[in-house]
Ligand binder design. Structure first.
Ligand code: FE2
Length: 192
């Protein structure tokens, strides 16, 4: 990679010359993971976004161009994305502080869970459906997506196991969907 530029003023958006070298095209899972691991080694580029003040979720756009989208997410244990996918994007997540918990839904079974600790990373393709929560208060992770997020799928799984997908904007805050209201709608439909 090329030498990463000096950290810009905290209020200035990062430019391509500030971040690890990018290929200028959509990135495959493994190179996306290598890239986000490299970015994680340079806290001067992202640590000013860290904020764990209570009462609301904290996340920040670190960098975005036509091929990659990078976010910093701050986690407390009550923070929960709900079930979602990333539409056509692959993703890579590097955990820099604490740990995050990832779950994958399983038909007719309990979700698969794993905890990813600081210093570790993982990657996934567009086929991936997951839910993330903070494993510890004060956790931080950096997420890179390629191509950049535009639409995402947010899921609810009702008490009967029925799954529904709602297309949402990448700018919407992911959260567990109101499963009870969806169940009521479903019941209404069955009466028609
Ligand atoms: Fe995700």
């Amino acid at each position: 990679m090329t030498t990463i530029g000096n950290a810009p003023a905290q209020s200035a958006p990062l430019t391509e010359s500030d971040v690890p070298a990018l290929p200028g095209r959509t990135m495959a899972q493994r190179e996306l993971q290598d890239w986000v691991n490299e970015l994680a080694k340079h806290p001067e580029l992202w640590e000013h976004h860290i904020n764990h003040e209570g009462g609301r979720r904290h996340y920040a756009s670190v960098y975005r161009d036509s091929n990659i989208d990078v976010w910093l997410l701050c986690w407390n244990t009550e923070d929960d994305t709900g079930w979602h996918d990333h539409d056509i994007s692959s993703g890579a997540v590097a955990v820099t502080h604490g740990a995050v918990s990832e779950a994958n839904p399983r038909m007719n079974g309990e979700p698969v869970h794993r905890v990813v600790k600081a210093g570790r990373s993982f990657t996934f393709g567009p086929d991936h459906v997951h839910r993330m929560v903070g494993a510890f208060d004060g956790s931080v992770s950096i997420h890179a997506y390629s191509p950049p997020l535009w639409r995402m799928g947010q899921y609810s799984i009702g008490p009967s196991g029925v799954i529904r997908r709602m297309s949402v904007s990448y700018a919407d805050e992911l959260r567990p969907m109101d499963e009870q209201s969806l169940v009521e709608k479903s019941t209404d439909r069955q009466l028609i």
